[in-house]
Design a protein around this ligand. Structure first.
Ligand code: BGC
Length: 365
């Protein structure tokens, strides 16, 4: 059953078209009448900074394109900026009508977008805004709201645990990801007033290059050492970084005592939450993001213009980019079940081994 919080995420974009032909990952096909069948290229960033890209985004985008009967070619740059550019070049050569990218940084993202534009290929920034870029649309979540939920979540968990004057460590996302800046803006809006008033202290504030989970563990280990173990709460920008912090806390017998935040509702994070090792995560209904982006891509491919009713300011390019921004939701132990009910992850992925009992206790049936 659909839960209330999921409805909030809906935006006023149209339902996907009702074409019946199936999409195909390979080759070009001649379309009827007015030339080629639209073909959409998508470049995902990696498969290690978050499991979402391969397990959710690829799946939901492919489903949306197939349902609309358009061809698609979805590839993953695996964190390699050169590969990213090569994939884009190949897609353009192979005749994509629209290119959708999740940039690895704004510099290479901009180069790809500008090249596509010069070849008459329409572009969409998917999830991450390319600063100074030239995409026709930006489709994402309200990323400042994501950060606010993380800040509020950490406050809630520290308050519930009655921790006084907590010392907070930040594990921020990649400095090259504009989303990381927005997440921080969100959690700072909640936590900075508490640092300023002396209610909380900030023990550490580090960014994790490329959202690299392995580096995150090393960075968090250094934060713990530097503070003599005096960290009472970890504001981690996503689940991968959070899990890295939890692995270090486990080694120090501190897991469950130090609340850790996250983002993405990864199966592993949901298990960490059920076990009491993670305070919360932020669920982003990626299906809605994929559907909205696919719908805009298909419209662009047909040469149509759709109104999104909203824009986002690109401070580097000094332009307002037409945008769809969806609403995120906070997930605690009590509503882990909603993420499963929404079909984002399965009960089988979360309720394995020792987690089976924790799932039953949390009302996951
Ligand atoms: C996305 C997050 C993801 C992170 C690392 C961000 O841009 O919005 O969902 O966890 O990148 O891949």
């Amino acid at each position: 059953m659909r839960k209330g919080f999921l409805a909030i995420g809906a935006v006023g974009v149209l339902a996907l078209g009702s074409l019946t032909a199936c999409g195909d990952d390979s080759g070009d096909q001649a379309g009827g009448g007015s030339g080629k069948t639209p073909k959409i290229g998508v470049i995902l960033p990696d498969s290690s900074s978050s499991v979402r890209w391969e397990s959710a985004d690829r799946r939901f985008l492919k489903e949306a394109f197939d349902a609309a009967g358009v061809l698609s070619d979805i590839q993953n740059a695996q964190g390699d900026k050169n590969a990213f550019q090569t994939i884009a070049d190949q897609m353009i050569t192979n005749g994509v009508t629209v290119l959708m990218i999740v940039n690895l940084d704004s510099g290479t993202g901009k180069a790809v977008l500008d090249k596509a534009k010069s070849q008459g290929v329409a572009t969409i920034d998917y999830d991450r805004l390319t600063l100074g870029g030239s995409a026709q649309y930006y489709v994402s979540f309200d990323n400042v709201a994501v950060g606010k939920l993380q800040g509020e979540g950490l406050v809630k968990c520290l308050t519930d645990a009655k921790v006084e004057k907590p010392a907070i460590a930040y594990l921020n996302g990649s400095p090259t990801d504009n989303n990381a800046t927005l997440f921080k803006e969100g959690y700072d809006s909640v936590l900075k007033p508490k640092f300023d008033s002396g209610e909380y202290t900030k023990a550490a504030d580090d960014s994790v290059p490329d959202w690299d989970n392995t580096q995150a563990a090393t960075i968090f280990e250094q934060q713990l050492t530097k503070t003599g173990g005096k960290i009472d709460g970890v504001l981690s920008a996503n689940d991968g970084l959070g899990n890295a912090a939890i692995s270090v806390l486990k080694k120090n017998n501190l897991n469950g005592k130090v609340p850790v935040t996250g983002q993405d509702a990864d199966p592993q994070a949901l298990q960490n939450i059920l076990a009491g090792d993670q305070c919360m995560t932020v669920y982003k209904a990626v299906k809605k993001e994929a559907d909205a982006a696919a719908e805009l891509a298909i419209a662009l491919a047909k040469g149509e213009r759709k109104e999104t009713g909203q824009t986002v300011r690109d401070p580097e390019g000094n332009r307002d980019v037409p945008a769809v921004l969806l609403t995120p939701a906070a997930i605690y132990k009590e509503n882990v079940k909603d993420v499963i009910a929404d079909g984002y992850v399965t009960k089988e992925q979360v309720c394995t081994g020792d987690y089976a009992k924790l799932c039953t206790d949390a009302g996951i049936s």
